[in-house]
Design a protein around this ligand. Structure first.
Ligand code: CP
Ligand code: NVA
Length: 300
């Protein structure tokens, strides 16, 4: 039975913890010359731009002994109207796994339903589960674990925020989302988290939200696909910026996280981004290790 990774919840809490443990081993150099995926081919198709996701998967897959085949949507028949379902069924006959970045989450769900190979979510408008894996690995490295660790996310209740809420539900992280009214995370994801007993708060005042935080996290005010809302969003999110003042209200040893790419001067100031408390490049590196551990678990 193939396993997909469309949301963080596609793993059990135990599997999540195993992936993080394995990611740390791989990062430390264990099994560096093992090629568990030798002879396999993993396809990738991205409807949106990507630096980290695309590169970390391509490098990680090569390190595991497999090859990637990157498909430009405009160069395959999908771009000319072949359905997502037929594309998934054909690709499943050649490939051993697939990584997809789409706008609508229902597009990846449709692809995964028709595919007979594991499908991994490389970001949709609703979720960014691979990012959350790397984020958890980084928090574990920096804070030693999750229980009682307080993460405050400042900004848009977007795909990254949604996956962080799922991460909190599955690990015991305490999560506060500081966002403007009307820009809350997905209601169904929040509802599920609350019914699981997750310590999750939505607050509209960023200063109040960061008090006592161990981790400050932010993401862009304008996600891919929202370009028409730039002017409006820049106004709405003005106060939702990680800067030195906000950082001084968190715990003195709080770390600063950002999934990247960053828009400095908007959601984060240059000095907060460059401060010794910032772990953003460690977080970016951890994409590679976390995804390799995920691939080892999913690809057969
Ligand atoms: N954080 C992240 O997913 O970056 P990319 O858009 O560059 O892949
Ligand atoms: N929320 C951002 C994340 C980019 C990695 C976006 O969707 O554009």
């Amino acid at each position: 039975m193939k396993r997909d990774f469309l949301t963080l919840r596609d793993l059990s809490a135990d599997e999540l913890s195993a992936v993080l443990k394995r990611a740390a081993e791989l990062k430390a150099g264990k099994d560096a010359s093992a090629c568990p995926l030798i002879g396999k081919s993993i396809g990738m198709l991205f409807e949106k731009a990507s630096t980290r996701t695309r590169l970390s998967f391509q490098v990680g897959i090569y390190q595991l002994g497999a090859q990637t085949i990157y498909l430009n949507p405009n160069e395959i028949q999908f771009g000319r109207g072949e359905t997502i379902e037929d594309t998934a069924r054909v690709l499943s006959r050649y490939l051993n796994g697939f990584i997809l970045r789409t706008f609508a989450h229902k597009t990846i769900e449709a692809f995964a339903r028709s595919a007979t190979i594991p499908v991994i979510n490389g970001l949709t408008d609703l979720h960014h589960p691979c990012q959350a894996l790397a984020d958890l690995l980084t928090i574990k490295e920096e804070k030693g674990g999750f229980k009682g660790v307080r993460l405050t996310y400042v900004g848009d209740g977007n795909n990254v925020a949604n996956s962080l809420i799922e991460a909190a539900s599955m690990t015991g992280l305490e999560i506060t989302i500081a966002c403007p009214k009307g820009y809350e995370p997905d209601q169904a994801i929040l509802k599920q988290a609350v019914s699981d007993g997750t310590n999750v708060r939505i607050i509209n005042d960023p200063k109040k939200a960061v008090k006592g935080a161990d981790v400050l996290y932010t993401d862009v005010w304008v996600s891919m696909g929202q370009e028409k809302e730039v002017t409006k969003r820049k106004k709405v999110f003005k106060a939702f910026q990680i800067n030195k003042t906000l950082l001084s209200l968190a715990k003195p040893d709080a770390i600063v996280m950002h999934c990247l790419p960053a828009h400095k001067g908007e959601e984060i100031t240059e000095d907060a981004f460059e401060s010794p408390q910032s772990v953003v490049f460690q977080q970016a590196e951890n994409r590679l290790h976390a995804q390799k551990a995920l691939l080892e678990m999913l690809i057969r």
